[in-house]
Design a protein around this ligand. Structure first.
Ligand SMILES: Nc1ncnc2c1ncn2[C@@H]1O[C@H](COP(=O)(O)OP(=O)(O)OP(=O)(O)O)[C@@H](O)[C@H]1O
Ligand SMILES: [Mg+2]
Length: 413
């Protein structure tokens, strides 16, 4: 795929609409220009402005849009677009029919901005190919990637159902049992993807779909993010439940070696939202939210919803540790704990991890002398986090006492 090719990009929907309106003598070029200026000033859609200015009626508008749609369909060889399923910050998703197999599929068409970015397109094909090799009941199956009229597209399994975001937006708070059923399915999906070396990087309620039978599927596996993660998150400024609510601290910092632990953090943030009805960190701007992911101690979910078990609190604490070295050491360990708490048992992996974190903190303190600002910061953390720190402080005090005792004994000798 050459850059030459990606430059021959098809016109945008607005341009095509304007051309059709003028061709059909529904409005003059001057009226179109006036509508464009009004649109820029008001942030409404160009089509809406055309209707408001009575250049076209709503029914004319839907006919014109259908026409544009159909002409675009013909460019997507092998697929017939049927309807729009939804749109995210990055692209639009259509329901389509894969003509060769006569089956419904979902097609995500990248916007011009991304289709023209050769670096991104390269990554898009690479990850798309990797994702197509995955086969898991809880992952939306990647089917095809391709290019038509300068637009690159991603074809995937069509999922009948809705997203977890839809349920949260309706104000639903999930019971611990319901939430764990969902999160366990996504954790098995991630375990499979991670074992094949694929990291999702954007686990969030909008990318989790539920079928009417209750099967949960992780969407957008293999859809590389457009820019640096932090930049992509900021691009979603102002969008309710936008990405910054679930992004890991290392993605915010723009680290390049993002690994499975970023997905563990985002899944933890998603679990948190399901069982408390709140995102873990909120703020007036995406930057404020991201700052909290980096710096603010997490209020344990069982402190917000006191009906939750302490086990789920411990699991979320480890999933959402700010330092990824303090999260689960593997996706499998996390899955074992999720299954344990779902069965009413203790989360042994989380407890082991918390103990390791404490011992490592102790070893660091021994090496580096008195507690640093980091530890002082951590001491201000909420009670669930403090419980692990308490053990650490007691151990430190005991070590100090032994050392004083030895000194006294030696002096007495
Ligand atoms: N495979 C699919 N089958 C059916 N519907 C889908 C499928 N993939 C996506 N959708 C629908 O399309 C919508 C838009 O998806 P898209 O991935 O473009 O954006 P998003 O995940 O909601 O948000 P963003 O792109 O901002 O991260 C989804 O909310 C969902 O309703
Ligand atoms: Mg998505």
């Amino acid at each position: 795929m050459s850059t030459e090719k990606t430059k021959s990009v098809a016109p945008s929907m607005d341009t095509e609409l304007a051309r059709l309106v003028v061709d059909r003598q529904l409005a003059t070029c001057e009226e179109i220009e006036k509508a464009r200026l009004a649109q820029q000033a008001s942030h409404r859609s160009f089509a809406d402005v055309l209707v408001e200015q009575e250049a076209v009626t709503s029914s004319q508008l839907s006919r014109l849009k259908k026409l544009i749609q159909e002409s675009r369909d013909r460019q997507l060889t092998g697929y017939k677009l049927v309807s729009v399923l939804g749109a995210g910050a990055m692209a639009k998703v259509y329901k389509a029919v894969q003509l060769s197999l006569d089956r419904p599929v979902a097609v995500k068409i990248l916007p011009k901005r991304l289709s023209e970015n050769s670096e991104y397109v390269k990554l898009f094909y690479k990850e798309g190919r990797a994702a197509a090799k995955l086969n898991h009941p809880n992952i939306v199956q990647a089917i095809d990637v391709g290019e038509a009229g300068g637009y690159h597209y991603f074809v995937m399994e069509f999922v009948e159902g809705h997203t977890l975001y839809d349920e949260l937006a309706n104000g639903k708070v999930f019971s611990e049992e319901e939430a764990l059923k969902i999160i366990i399915q996504i954790a098995t999906a991630l375990k499979h993807a991670h074992s094949q070396g694929l990291i999702h990087r954007d686990v969030k309620p909008k990318n989790i779909m539920i079928t009417p039978e209750g099967v949960v599927k992780l969407a957008d596996m293999g859809l590389a993010r457009s820019t640096g993660d932090a930049e992509a998150a900021q691009a979603e400024a102002g969008r309710a439940f936008g990405t910054p609510y679930y992004i890991s601290p290392e993605q915010i910092r723009g680290e390049v070696d993002i690994d499975f632990r970023a997905d563990i953090y985002s899944l933890g943030a998603t679990l948190y939202h399901l069982v408390t009805g709140r995102v873990p960190f909120d703020g007036p701007t995406p930057v404020a939210v991201m700052h909290k992911h980096l710096k603010e101690p997490l209020v344990p979910p069982d402190h917000i919803n006191t009906g939750l078990s302490s086990g789920i609190g411990e699991v979320v604490e480890v999933m959402m540790a700010k330092d990824r070295a303090k999260r689960y050491a593997s996706t499998d360990d996390m899955l074992l704990d999720l299954q344990a708490i779902a069965a009413g048992e203790a989360p042994l992996q989380a407890r082991r991890q918390i103990k390791d974190n404490v011992l490592n903190g102790l070893a660091d303190a021994e090496q580096n002398g008195p507690p640093s600002a980091d530890i002082a910061d951590a001491i201000q953390q909420p009670p669930a986090v403090q419980s692990s720190l308490l053990t650490y402080i007691i151990a430190l005090a005991a070590a100090l006492a032994v050392s004083v005792l030895i000194n006294i004994v030696m002096l007495l000798k």
